[in-house]
Design a protein around this ligand. Sequence first.
Ligand code: FUB
Length: 455
Amino acid sequence: MKHQLLLSAALAVVSFKCHALNPVVQTLYTADPAPMIYKDTLYLYTGHDEDKSKRYVMKDWRCYSTTDMANWTDHGSPLSLKAFSWVKSDAWAGQCIERNGKFFYYVPMIQTNGVGAIGVAVADSPTGPFHDALGHRLVTTGKGDIDPTVFIDDDGQAYLYWGNPHLFYVKLNQDMISFDTTIGNQGVVEVPLTVDSFGRGNGRSWCPRDTLYEEGPWFYKQNGWYYLVYAASGLPENICYATSPNATGPWTFKGVIIPTQGHSSTDHPGIMDYQGHSYFFYHNDALPGGGSYTRSVCVEEFKYNADGTFPTINMTTNGPAPIGHLNPFVRTEAETIAWESGVKTTQNGDVGVYVTDIHNGAYIKVCAVEFGDKGAAKFLASVASATKGGAIELRLDSKTGPLIGALKVKSTGGLDKWKTQSCRVKGAQGVHDLYLKFTGGDGPLLNFDWWKFEK
Ligand code: FUB
């Protein structure tokens, strides 16, 4: 009995110690977060800063998902510039939304004629593949058409806001790929940027601004109030917001949410309630090699104040606590990662997304894994290896923690020849962070598609 009490106390501490970590993605540089919930999963769409960029070199968008806010499954790139025949560059900040079982992804790009515009791509699944819905732009004003944000109101009316340094909106039609042209200028309404709505300009902008509004609007409704959260205050940016009782304003400036922190000159909001918690996504320069053009998406949990205003939110490296446990007895994609060191992900038509570029000493951490009272007896993994393959050490709670098993990966005859291999496991009970640590000789050891435990 005493032994049992001690054991449950220890498990409670382990469970409590598990933490998500920022940045959310470490395998590449991400920016401009746009969360979306579909069914019971939170999907996170991001932009993608190319390695070593010295300006915004962005060619595709990425997608990740979670059900526990700690472990993120990499779905690769659901959309890239290549899907649009009429554009040449700048896969900047977009947002995806579901309507009637279809997924609409609004993205800004530079057209082949050099003018910015917003396009819309559509898919049957939240993870794509998305294709160009129109074969041409959805909308352009020629005046800074970037950063679209989309929201469907309770009455079914959808709105698309966007713009830097102007702020525009259109009322989307039910089909989500056209808009009401009877309002504004051929359908496009320009929002008056007044000091009352967006705060007095602070003179810090790289070009003159009357207000703090810069770019990156995030538009949504909460408890009957409409929120426009936006990147503000010139470069480096902070995040400010305005509220309104109406979807189209007038807006009232409410202040700063995230102060300027870190060394990325831009920031970008993405806000979502999920499983009874409120989450604020943003980006900074936190990954090694990070900067204004090599950014990383992060997330913080927050609580609205009783009057619906935002608290101040600070950037952390901890991120939110997990809100669920991961079941290791079902197939888990190897690219489901709370934190990693030294691995990359890639995708092909054969197995989809998988973990690659795995060298000696690399590891993947998976948070809050629930092995249960009886624990696990066997570990299976789908691997591909051209060499001896090294080993996947299974460790609990740290990369040097208790070893519960080690899969000695045998050659499968090539890095594209997939085989399921297994090893015995002992000592995995209760809730733990699982470390999959890769050991072996020089060079790439293996490719890794999925894993699971058996009881
Ligand atoms: O990522 C490129 C641009 O930087 C975005 O469109 C802006 O919101 C800013 O984050």
